[in-house]
Design a protein around this ligand. Structure first.
Ligand code: ARG
Length: 477
């Protein structure tokens, strides 16, 4: 009863316990009230209604095409279904738990509206191939929406990278200052992660885009159906090959959730860096106030809630992936009711991915780099020590020996609280007499980044060129 409260029209239907019209024929007693609620999915799968109706219209048209329905019958069914779609859209539809799921709710409404010809819609079809079709159609549309959000995020990220191609910051390994990089280079590293995520999403779409209709319950149907016709009506690439597989596997949903898990894992890494960078200890960036919140007790606080939430939502998305993998594990062929449990994790994954991408697409282009703080941080921590070693190698010293010499000069710098570039030539040449005045060109941060001048390197001109290439890829989708 509590469950039904959320669904329009359920509370005023006390006859929930009647035997189900769609399958009640062989039953001697009505299904238990609790069992009816336990087995029903209508309170969540009604979300599939548009795609359920789209699939039914294609199925009815095909039945008329092959002569199983008359053109008039098919037309009445199509008109009735469109009518139902409009009513659901405007909130004028009573969903009933007694009718279990979205499929039977719509079919019953059809018969109620157009009379007994409505009972012919389910000819040569089962809810098993119907639901397998609906989820594919629904997910395909969602993937296309996610494509657009992901592309918008990438575009904003790449444009910021191009703007920040000269901005120097410390690059880290082990979260210790390693070598100077440009902020633009860092942002393009993020973009590469997203570029691969985009590819994974396209792979998922390609594999799910086959039409299960015609598989019926599991074995196919004895009617002279035209599966390629239905597939084409629904813009699928083709009909699925095997009826048993068609109604049973949800690997396409698992694959989508795997994409989502990897995407959110990437976004959690970006979030973590944004959170660190906004802290008083780093002060590398400023996030606009609209992406942050304050504290009710500490007046000075500006918390990076949006990246924190994205980082946190990675947990629920990973959980949904495990839920679907576990749901599928060890299921015998063909359809099992277990599969009804595929929807809520999938729906929530889609919603979460969309929200996170939307938040990031708005927020990332609005990141303000604090160039002075980044530059100062890159100067601390001897980030050009490798450049000094490379300089000595250029003067004929073996790299291992150069490493040793520079190590000693760094120890001296730590003791004297001096960066390598702040030392005099007298101080530096004490470690090797091969160090001459020309060393200062390589010890500057600018010299260090400019020297990494190859594909994939951090030199500003390479970053600019890489941003152009990345932008072109996004534009050509
Ligand atoms: N609501 C069901 C699901 O989501 C539809 C298929 C039910 N088929 C069946 N034979 N009980 O999986």
């Amino acid at each position: 009863v509590v469950m039904s409260k959320s669904i329009k029209g359920l509370a005023d239907k006390p006859d929930n316990a009647k035997t189900n019209q769609a399958w009640g024929g062989r039953f001697n007693e009505p299904v238990d009230d609790f069992v009816a609620r336990f087995t029903a999915s209508v309170n969540f799968d009604q979300r599939l209604y548009q795609h359920d109706i789209q699939g039914s219209i294609a199925h009815a048209s095909m039945l008329a095409e092959v002569g199983v329905l008359s053109p008039t019958e098919a037309n009445e069914i199509v008109v009735g279904l469109r009518d139902i779609a409009r009513d659901i859209e405007s909130g004028n539809f009573d969903w009933s738990i007694a009718l279990e799921d979205v499929h039977m709710n719509i079919e019953a409404a059809l018969t109620e509206r157009i009379g007994s010809v409505g009972k012919k819609l389910h000819t040569g079809r089962s809810r098993n191939d119907q639901v397998a079709t609906d989820i594919r159609l629904w997910l395909r549309d969602e993937i296309d929406g996610i494509n657009a959000l992901l592309s918008a995020l990438q575009k904003g990220m790449i444009e910021l990278a191009s703007t920040e191609s000269n901005t120097i910051m410390p690059g880290f390994t082990h979260l210790q200052t390693a070598q100077p990089v440009t902020f633009g280079h860092h942002l393009l590293a993020w973009n590469e992660m997203l570029e691969r995520d985009f590819g994974r999403l396209q792979d998922c779409r390609k594999r799910l885009n086959q039409c299960p209709l015609g598989a019926a319950a599991l074995a196919g149907t004895s009617y002279p159906i035209d599966r390629e016709y239905t597939a084409a009506q629904l813009a699928f690439d083709k009909a699925t090959e095997n009826s048993l597989d068609s109604v049973s596997d949800r690997d396409f949903a698992i694959e989508f959730c795997a994409f989502a898990s990897i995407l959110l894992t990437h976004m959690s890494r970006m979030s973590e860096e944004l959170i660190l960078w906004t802290s008083a200890q780093f002060q590398f960036i400023e996030l606009p106030d609209r992406f942050c919140t304050g504290s009710s007790i500490m007046p000075q606080k500006k918390n990076p809630d949006v990246p924190e939430l994205v980082r946190g939502k990675t947990g629920r998305v990973n959980g949904h992936l495990i839920a679907l993998l576990t749901l599928m594990k060890s299921q015998p062929l063909a359809y099992n009711k277990d599969n009804q449990e595929d929807k809520e994790p999938l729906f929530d994954t889609v919603d979460t991915v969309r929200d996170c991408l939307r938040a990031f697409a708005d927020m990332v282009p609005a990141i303000q780099a604090n160039k002075a703080a980044m530059y100062e941080a890159a100067k601390r921590g001897f980030s050009t020590a490798t450049d000094l070693a490379d300089y000595l190698v250029g003067k004929g010293i073996a790299f291992r020996d150069a490493h040793e010499i520079v190590g000693k000069s760094v120890a001296y710098g730590i003791a004297e609280n001096k960066d390598l570039s702040d030392m005099t030539i007298g101080e530096l040449s004490a470690f090797s007499k091969l160090i001459k005045d020309d060393v200062f060109a390589v010890l500057t941060l600018e010299g260090s980044v400019a020297a990494r001048d190859h594909i994939g390197g951090t030199a500003p001109q390479q970053v600019k060129a890489a941003a152009q290439r990345a932008l072109k890829k996004v534009a050509n989708r």
